[in-house]
Design a binder for this molecule. Structure first.
Ligand code: ZN
Length: 418
């Protein structure tokens, strides 16, 4: 209960201010509104404007403003899940229309719905810009006030993408900072997970499951252990990449390297996407992941859960690498940052297709290379992302070892010293 009050107090302040300025009219005999609708939302998170500002935006293709549902989003309140889909009713939005015809949320729930609809709409449109194949075919399901068991560490102050139900789920937020459900960077982070799930994880999970089943039938315990090690190694590495690129997606959408800290200051700092000079070329190496996986298998009955914090350690150097390379491309090629970000998003999309097409994740006998991500960018003919000599040198700093260079079979980019 206390939680809700905290949220409301921040919220009331913002919205009472908005109402004061705009002299709103009461909602009285309002018929349900549809089409493109102007609403007020708090827009946060740019590096130059770190605080929230109330802005008027357009929600497109609304079918019912009473439920804030439309072509882009369908909301559920405290949903359950059944047979791979969210179950439950839509929350009722409460709003008023001001004299300029702009709709203003009357409560925190509606504020979340307006804000989420807007960001998911932008992110879906960005998907379509990357490739027509990424264009969403149905409204995105979003669960608000999702209730998890209280023993679950993530039952508060968190958001998830659930692949099975293809839904974004938000749990109650109890801190005094920007709530997660209106943090555009975190929304973009979670949204990326939906892309990664569809292109990579869905088939990866299916393959892993069938291998796990066959492993249990093996009688040779040594082979069994080896396969399990490989499975968890690959799973951990892929989860790390998923988190790293998701963090980068949040930066693409907000241009803020530290948007996580706006809601979760405790976790944000270590994932801030600024690449210090002395960290260039560093990432979590194969041996480190192997050791951590062995530890997880030794001490935990649920190794995946045990490794849940570790995957961000793998992800962050990748996020920083991507942000740095994108910034360099924008500055050195004299193109707008937005354009460089779209180029990078297209290269990442191609990478996900490449991984899936080449069946890189289905082999139970081999481990994925911990520098495989950087190798991809070192080969512009595969990534379709041309690199200048200086940009190539930057990428090659991640691939210094003799052993690594030998395993690149394709043509690499040309650095300044070649
Ligand atoms: Zn994530």
């Amino acid at each position: 209960m206390k939680i809700g009050h905290q949220k409301k107090s921040i919220n009331c302040l913002i919205w009472s201010l908005a109402m004061l300025v705009l002299s709103c009219q009461p909602q009285a005999a309002l018929v349900d509104v549809h089409g493109d609708v102007q609403v007020l939302i708090p827009v946060n998170q740019t590096e130059s404007k770190p605080s929230e500002q109330i802005t008027s935006v357009t929600l497109k293709e609304i079918q019912s403003l009473g439920q804030v549902s439309g072509s882009y989003v369908h909301f559920y309140y405290s949903p359950g899940a059944k047979e791979g889909a969210l179950q439950g009713s839509a929350p009722q939005a409460q709003f008023i229309r001001n004299k300029n015809g702009v709709y203003v949320a009357k409560d925190y729930l509606t504020q979340q719905m307006f804000t989420l609809y807007y960001h998911v709409q932008n992110l879906a449109d960005f998907n379509t810009q990357i490739s027509p194949d990424l264009k969403p075919t149905a409204p995105f399901s979003i669960g608000l006030n999702t209730k998890l068991q209280e023993t679950n560490e993530a039952s508060q102050n968190n958001a998830f993408y659930d692949g099975e139900s293809n839904a974004l789920l938000f749990v109650p937020y109890s801190l005094k900072n920007t709530p997660i459900a209106i943090n555009s960077g975190i929304i973009a982070h979670e949204f990326f997970h939906s892309v990664f799930y569809k292109l990579v994880l869905k088939s990866f999970h299916a393959k892993q499951q069938s291998i796990f089943q066959s492993v249990d039938e093996l009688t040779d315990s040594e082979t069994q252990e080896k396969i399990k090690n490989n499975l968890y190694y690959n799973q951990t590495y892929i989860r790390g990449i998923n988190e790293g690129v998701a963090d980068f997606w949040g930066w693409i959408y907000t241009n803020n390297v530290d948007y996580i800290s706006l809601s979760l200051p405790e976790f944000g700092g270590s994932r801030k996407m600024t690449l210090d000079k002395d960290l260039v070329g560093l990432f979590i190496e194969q041996q480190d992941i192997e050791n951590k996986v062995k530890e997880a298998l030794r001490v935990s009955s649920n190794p995946s859960e045990y490794l849940s914090g570790y995957i961000y350690k793998i992800g962050t150097p990748h996020a920083r690498f991507l942000k740095e390379l994108t910034t360099r491309i924008s500055i050195e090629n004299k193109i707008a940052l937005k354009e460089a970000q779209l180029m990078m998003a297209k290269a990442l999309y191609k990478m996900m297709i490449f991984v899936e097409k080449n069946n890189l994740l289905s082999n139970q006998d081999t481990k994925l290379e911990a520098d495989g991500f950087f190798k991809y960018f070192a080969q512009p003919e595969i990534s379709d992302l041309p690199l200048s000599a200086a940009q190539c040198d930057f990428v090659m700093k991640y691939l210094r070892s003799e052993k690594t260079l030998k395993t690149i079979t394709g043509k690499t980019c040309k650095g300044a010293n070649e």
